[in-house]
Design a protein around this ligand. Structure first.
Ligand code: NAP
Length: 257
């Protein structure tokens, strides 16, 4: 991957969950490729830390939007889109990355409140957000890209993954519905990406006995994240992709170039 190509120069990209983990690494990757990144998340300090990392490298100045996807009032999502329009005019990309794990337990034991919270953040909040961001994506001067974040348990159900697994199936469904609705009628492409096991706090929570050193860092999958946000993926639409496979294929491509 060569971020020095400035393949995202002049683009405005919103990253949900931009304060931690994969979202932070993706935001830095996009900024290094020339994008102005809008960092959305719950924890202001974490978002500010990502902002500072971008500043320290002299990259295009980022913006911070503190927002909780547990929000149930749709008007707040509309207000958020208005703030983005007032400051940036449009969006060229959205990485729907924020998410929560919930409990790792059997359905019999799953707490009702936790189930509702996971579905609210991972599905309902995501729906409200993308609904209100769509007009900004339609106004992108060239192409625009929406990347939803899936999981292997969002493509095949697995015991003890509860609401997280079900919410990722819903994410795939949202991606497919939106992709069909936008096909041939817009410049917006929509795909989902499964990062695969990646060294973050969510991974550590899901696999507490695992030695984190054995899990690949987020940098190792950024070729896929960058590709899907860049015009190089303009004909990729409605696909459920695997970040590790795609990154390997892309590095094979560049090695053969
Ligand atoms: P992470 O480090 O826990 O990051 C999750 C991000 O989501 C944080 O930035 C968090 O910020 C944000 N978030 C959580 N609840 C939120 C809310 N209510 N409102 C707004 N933002 C919220 O996890 P990660 O591993 O980087 O995960 C990123 C994505 O990849 C997730 O969708 C996850 O399901 C998916 N994924 C990860 C792995 C893996 O192995 N790491 C594997 C498959 C899929 P705040 O805490 O500040 O809200």
């Amino acid at each position: 991957m060569n971020e020095n190509t400035q393949i995202l120069a002049g683009r405005v990209i919103l990253v949900t969950g931009g304060g931690y983990g994969i979202g932070r690494t993706a935001a830095l990757t996009y900024a290094r490729a020339g994008a102005t990144v809008i960092l959305l998340g719950r924890t202001l300090d974490a978002l500010n830390d990502t902002y500072d990392l971008i500043e320290a490298e002299g990259l295009p100045q980022a913006a911070v939007l503190q927002f909780d996807l547990e929000e149930k009032d749709e008007a707040r999502y509309q207000q958020l889109a208005t703030v983005i329009r007032e400051n940036f005019g449009h969006l060229d990309g959205v990485l729907m990355n924020a998410g929560v794990l919930g409990q790792r337990t059997m359905i019999d034991n799953y707490h009702w409140e936790t189930w509702q919270k996971v579905m609210q953040i991972n599905v309902n909040g995501q729906f409200a957000l993308i609904k209100h961001l769509l007009p900004l994506l339609h106004d992108a001067p060239n192409d625009a890209s929406v990347v939803f974040t899936s999981s292997s348990v969002g493509r095949e159900g697995r015991a003890y993954w509860g609401a997280y697994s079900v919410s990722k199936f819903a994410t795939e469904g949202l991606m497919q519905v939106l992709a069909q609705e936008l096909e041939n009628t817009s410049n917006i492409r929509v795909n989902s990406l499964n990062p695969g096991g990646t060294r973050t706090s969510m991974r550590a929570m899901a696999y507490p006995a695992e030695n984190p050193i054995t899990v690949p860092e987020a940098d190792s999958i950024m070729a896929a994240y960058l590709h899907l946000m860049s015009p190089a993926s303009i004909s990729t639409h409605g696909q459920a992709l695997d970040a590790r496979e795609l990154s390997a294929a892309l590095s094979g491509d560049s090695a053969n170039a």
